[in-house]
Structures are given as C-alpha cells and as structure tokens.
Design a protein around this ligand. Structure first.
Ligand code: ATP
Ligand code: MG
Length: 416
C-alpha cells in the first residue's frame, strides 16, 4: 500500500481524555479512532492487525474441526428468559432496546443461548455429534468502566466458539484440545512467553471451574498468582491455601502479577442444553442431554495488549506475525532515479510476497522516520539518493539501533 493513499494521519498527541497507553499509541499512529468512551473504530492499519489475528485464530479453530458462522447481534429475549439470563440483576452488561411493536430485544453480549437454540434444528441423534462452531462477532456490553482503551470496550470483537458433545469424555477431550489451540494462538501472536492458562472459578452460570488465558501486562485489570516454576497460574479469586495445597504447592511458591484476560474457556456441562431443550438420541434410542462448552478470545483486546507489551517511547513495535505490513519502504528524496528505484523495489517486494507499506510522500526525513517508528512495522527499507548511487538499500529493524546497507536481493532474501 502506498502511504500517499492511506487517508489516516499520525498525530503528535492523543485526545486528552484518553488515559490508556494502548489507545493513545494506536490513535497517534492512526490505527483506531475513538468514537466514545469504550467505543473505537478500526482504520486501515488497525484492521490489518485484526485480520492477522483473525487468520491465526481461524486456522487453529479450523484445525479443531470447528466451522465458522456469523450470528446476529440482535437477539430475542425469550431464550434468555428460559435460562434466567435476561434479567439485568443476573447479567449486568445487557444493552437492550425495543421493536416498534413494543417487543424487547437484546444486543448480543454472548451467544450460548441463541446458538444452542439454533442447534436444536441440527442435532437430533448421536450421529450429529460432536459439533463445533465459532464466529468473529461484535459483542456489545454495557461495561461500567471503560478506562483501559481497547482492552475494555462497550463494543468489541470476540472470537467465540461453542462445542456440542455427546459424552463428558468427548467434551473434556475437546476442552483440553482447545486449551492447546489457544496456547498456539498466543504463541503465534508473540505473547507465548507471558501468557498463562489460569485456573479460575466458573462464575455463577457455569460448572465448577473455568480457565482463563492471562497475559502478564501492567495495564491488565486482573491479578493472577504464578508459581515460581511457571507451571501453575491461579486467578486471585481461587488463590487460597486449600487450592494451592491440592496442586502440591504452598502460597509462598507464588508471585502476584498484573495480567489481562485474553481468553476464557468454560464448561456448562449438560445444564444449558437441558434448559433450552437440546437433546440427542443415543445408539439405544434414549434421549440424552448435550454437553456444551464455550470458548472466547478477545480479538480486539489482544490488539490492545500487543500495543501495551510491544511498544517503546517512539511508538509501536509489532511482532512480524501481527504487524499490519512486513516492511516499511521509506523513500527519501525526489530525484527521478531515486523514485524509479523505490517504485521498482515496491513492486519487487510485492512480487516476492512481502506486504509493504511504501512511504512515497514528499516529506522531510525526520517526519518520515518518526511516523515509521510510531507505526512500528518490524523492518524498514530506506531508499535515498545516496543508497541508489551505490545500488543498495538501507535496512533497519524496529528493535535495533543500527541500520545496514544491503544489496536489494540480499535485503529481500534476508526477510525470509
Ligand atoms: P472480563 O473478565 O475481562 O470482564 P469476561 O470474563 O466477561 O471478561 P468473556 O465473556 O469470557 O469475558 O469473553 C471472552 C473474552 O472476550 C475475554 O477473555 C476477553 O478477552 C474478551 N472481552 C471480554 N469483555 C471485553 C470487553 N469489554 N472489551 C474487550 N474485550 C473483552
Ligand atoms: Mg472472564
């Protein structure tokens, strides 16, 4: 993409009411736009990061055998009344509205009820199980606090997956496979070393336990306890003598850390399917309830966590796998030869399958470099009158202080 065609402008200052580092950086670099507190739009660069994360997540979900769907945001209240989750006293994040007819509707903060209800038309016998579905969907939640930038929003993208299984064993096997798939996701986006499977209580609606995926991060809203051997992590709410003893540890073996919940997996057992009337006929023709699991990843929260973790005083520092582009090609000077050289390099890089942001604007070098650092693409290629004279390109990594002069072929092959 040519930067001259990118409509977004970088800015020196974030809005004064924006206190979180992730949103400040992402706004300054032109990745997002703030609409309201806790409500953000995604601009070309931000959307590319989201696409990268989605692709990584989608691959892992497909490998688990899940099919992608897209449920509606508007939901009827009746199914939620059946499970006692319509009442604002039970679920305090509902956004609700009314149809012209006066009928109440809700905006999806989660989808267990509508998906399970829909599945009644597709699951009847043991032959129809197991079934796994997932979606990337804008969830709406009327959050009380929205001070963590895009890490806690009133509208945000979640990947939610749901599993329908015939037996407890099938259900738990899938739950455990999903845990591994989630760890793959966090590793691939660059957060593997600091993301922990964290045991937590199941909350009021689910079975006895749940697992959170918590990334160590100062801007996180949670406290987790990580064992000194890095093998066990516990959510604050279940960190007590009894639980740690069960796991063969003492409380002193743990350290408290601030963390952001980037994913959460729950088992509902057979309770929700029983409530909503999702049953199957087993081999003997006997009617049995279905096991439900629910698995969320905060896609846009992940973007925020990445911005928090991978940034410095000059701006964002994207890991390659989630960077909006692989290479930032920066042209300095407007000499005909230089422009020609840079234009050709832009094409050659694309031919080699490299995603390039090409700064073809006629601005001062200082401005271009400041923008480039702020946007944070991992590799920068600089083409100037001087480098063209030598038939070279200057290559600089965002995380390194020094640049090196390379021949174009060497610079391109070094990317692989
Ligand atoms: P939290 O504990 O942070 O309020 P939750 O437990 O209510 O989140 P889930 O319903 O399990 O969240 O949603 C799945 C994932 O969606 C979470 O693990 C988190 O990464 C993300 N998420 C939840 N709420 C928000 C929000 N308000 N803004 C952005 N992402 C969110
Ligand atoms: Mg949670």
């Amino acid at each position: 993409m040519k930067q001259s065609q990118l409509f977004t402008k970088t800015r020196k200052e974030a809005p004064s009411d924006e206190t979180s580092k992730n949103a400040q950086l992402l706004i300054k670099a032109g990745f997002i736009n703030k609409e309201l507190a806790g409500v953000y739009s995604y601009l070309p660069l931000g959307l590319r990061v989201i696409q990268k994360i989605k692709n990584i997540v989608n691959d892992e979900m497909n490998k688990l055998g899940s099919s992608e769907i897209l449920m509606s945001t508007i939901q009827g209240k009746e199914i939620w009344e059946i499970t006692n989750r319509w009442d604002d006293k039970q679920v305090d994040v509902w956004f609700k509205s009314q149809l012209k007819s006066g009928n109440e509707i809700g905006f999806g903060w989660s989808h267990e009820e509508p998906i399970t209800n829909m599945m009644k038309g597709h699951i009847n016998s043991y032959n129809d199980l197991p079934r796994f579905v997932h979606q990337f969907q804008n969830k709406l939640r009327n959050e009380v606090r929205a001070k963590s930038g895009i890490m806690r929003c009133r509208e945000f993208i979640m990947k939610d997956m749901y599993s329908y299984c015939a037996t407890e064993k099938e259900h738990m096997d899938f739950y455990n496979k999903t845990t591994e798939a989630y760890l793959n996701v966090y590793r691939k986006v660059g957060l593997g070393d600091i993301t922990f499977v964290t045991s937590a209580s199941g909350g009021v609606f689910t079975d006895k336990f749940s697992h959170e995926f918590q990334t160590i991060c100062d801007a996180g809203e949670d406290i987790i306890y990580v064992s000194n051997d890095n093998k066990v992590a516990l959510n604050e709410e279940i960190f007590n003598d009894e639980t740690v003893a069960k796991m063969g540890y003492k409380k002193e073996d743990f350290e408290a850390k601030k963390a952001a919940e980037v994913g959460n997996i729950f088992t509902f057992g057979t309770k929700k399917c029983e409530e909503l009337g999702l049953f199957f006929h087993d081999k003997g023709g006997v009617k049995q309830p279905v096991y439900l699991g629910s698995y969320g990843i905060g896609v846009t929260r992940l973007v925020g966590v990445l911005a928090e973790v991978f940034s410095d005083d000059r701006g964002l520092v994207w890991p390659k796998e989630v960077s909006p582009f692989h290479v930032h090609l920066v042209r300095l000077g407007v000499n005909e030869k230089t422009v020609e050289f840079a234009d050709k390099l832009y094409l050659d890089l694309q031919k080699a399958g490299v995603e390039v942001l090409y700064d073809d604007r006629d601005l001062r070098p200082g401005e271009k470099f400041a923008d480039s650092d702020l946007i944070g693409i991992p590799v920068r290629f600089v083409v100037s009158d001087k480098t063209v004279e030598q038939n070279m390109v200057e290559v600089k990594h965002r995380t390194k202080a020094d640049a090196e002069l390379l021949r174009v072929e060497d610079a391109i092959s070094a990317l692989k």
